[in-house]
Design a protein around this ligand. Structure first.
Ligand code: MLT
Ligand code: ZN
Length: 465
């Protein structure tokens, strides 16, 4: 726990009342959406300016205090969990959009800007911020950058990394670096901006970001298609990709749909029960495009890949179809899911999923398994739900036993043990399944450059030494 005299010194560095030590704040700010670790920070500090962030980092170096960054706390890998007496640095006070440039189509944001705030700002200027996911109403941009957030539009627009034109960061030694300065072209050596994206706050704090915007999509239209088995989903993807530029291609299983329908506030897509469902989206910018989508649907039915389907005819229908997929995470969160977020290249998905499914069926016969994910970009979410009466720790321990088999398959397929949720604490012991010993050594050496005293989010990405 941080020494009281050091905490008193910390409170002189920020605005009055912005160091919190009450139990409710410690509990709230010390955790994210994972439930694996009990939050136990020493304090929460809320800076308002970049200078205050620098002062906090210098203070932490002087007193050897570990700092944990905190955004919207929607993370799924415990990267923003403070479980060991750290001081949480929360960016709620740095939540302003500072500038918009219509020529460059960029927006300068503070790290506490909510994802939806950025999306709305883009809309107000007739543009589009395309990184989107279910938690966009509460996740903060600094956290999105720290985890290189992905979501539901990656197939068309890529991850957060693609949209960061410039970053200001405060390193673990308190220096302010201005990285790339919004440039489109810049061939002046190492791109340090990219190192801070996805670093989970282990190198320093993102204190300002210049984000790129895109032209707004025209008449987004969704289809939900029911398939007779998992193997039919990939031919459906290929058929549609051959004809249309998809903005999303998601999937979920019948078990996932059953949980959504049990909520009572989302209509079923159609009457036919199917084991798997694909949700795809495209810009129906002309009538020809919509007709092409319908013709492709008919082709898929003729081939036996699709049993039933529906196409949105209005904004409301579009939103309702998306709820079938977007509400899944929150809906199953009440069952304390053990989450795996794995990926392979798209071509390997069918063989990969068959192997993983066999391991899961063999080792978790008594657990409910809910599959969903961003299958169009090779990212599958494997959620194992805790049976009602089982103790949480026993459940997580049993799930962890199977990780080895799941991750050996991931490794054999040259896949990733964390496609978009990050490493944090939940996946750090498995990093070697996706990154070589040489790569991990390079990553640690990079951390030592930016964070020589190891105060930045220790124990995340790498196990403590
Ligand atoms: C999603 O795709 O819904 C998010 O990654 C969250 C989750 O996997 O539960
Ligand atoms: Zn996801």
């Amino acid at each position: 726990m941080t020494d009281p005299a050091a905490l008193a010194a910390l409170s002189t560095l920020v605005d009055a009342g912005k160091v919190l030590t009450d139990p409710v704040s410690l509990q709230a700010y010390g955790t994210d959406w994972t439930r694996h670790y009990a939050p136990a920070p020493s304090a929460v500090v809320l800076p308002r300016t970049i200078e205050q962030v620098q002062a906090i980092v210098r203070w932490a170096n002087r007193h050897q205090v570990a700092l944990v960054p905190s955004g919207g706390r929607t993370g799924l890998s415990a990267a923003a969990v403070a479980a060991h007496g750290e001081v949480v640095v929360a960016f709620d006070q740095m939540n302003q959009i500072l500038a918009f440039d219509a020529v460059d189509r960029t927006v300068v944001c503070q790290p506490g800007v909510i994802t939806q705030q950025l999306q709305r700002c883009a809309e107000e200027h007739g543009l589009y911020y395309p990184v989107d996911f279910a938690s966009s109403g509460s996740s903060q941009l600094g956290g999105n950058i720290g985890t290189n957030a992905g979501g539901i539009k990656v197939i068309r627009y890529g991850m957060t990394r693609n949209w960061v034109a410039g970053l200001k960061v405060v390193t673990g030694s308190g220096e302010l670096l201005e990285l790339n300065r919004g440039l489109m072209k810049n061939a002046t050596g190492y791109d340090l901006r990219q190192l801070f994206i996805g670093a989970e706050g282990t190198l320093g704090f993102v204190v300002e970001a210049t984000m790129r915007l895109e032209r707004a999509p025209r008449n987004l239209t969704a289809m939900v298609l029911g398939t007779p088995d998992f193997d039919a989903i990939m031919p459906v993807l290929h058929a549609f990709q051959g004809q249309l530029d998809l903005t999303a291609f998601e999937f979920f299983s019948d078990k996932g749909l059953a949980h959504i329908l049990a909520r009572g506030d989302v209509p079923a897509p159609f009457a036919t029960d199917c084991p798997f469902y694909a949700l795809l989206e495209f810009e129906a910018s002309t009538e020809d495009v919509a007709n092409q989508a319908l013709a492709t649907f008919e082709h898929c039915v003729e081939q036996g890949w699709v049993l039933d389907g529906v196409m949105s005819q209005s904004e409301t229908q579009l939103r309702n179809l998306w709820k079938l997929r977007e509400y899944l995470s929150e809906t199953i969160s009440h069952f304390t899911p053990y989450k795996n977020d794995i990926s392979v290249t798209v071509a390997k998905v069918p063989a990969f999923l068959r192997e993983i499914d066999a391991v899961v069926a063999q080792h978790y016969p008594d657990f409910e398994v809910v599959w969903y994910g961003h299958i169009g970009d090779g990212n599958l979410h494997l959620n194992i739900l805790k049976p009602g009466g089982m103790d949480k720790n026993e459940f997580f321990a049993r799930c962890a036993q199977v990780n080895q088999w799941v991750f050996e398959i991931v490794q054999r397929f040259d896949g990733s043990i964390s496609a978009e949720h990050g490493v944090g604490m939940t996946k750090r012991d498995y990093l070697h399944y996706s990154r070589s010993a040489e790569e991990i050594a390079c990553m640690k050496a990079i951390k030592a450059v930016f964070d020589p005293n190891g105060i930045m989010n220790p124990g995340k990405i790498f196990a403590p030494e």
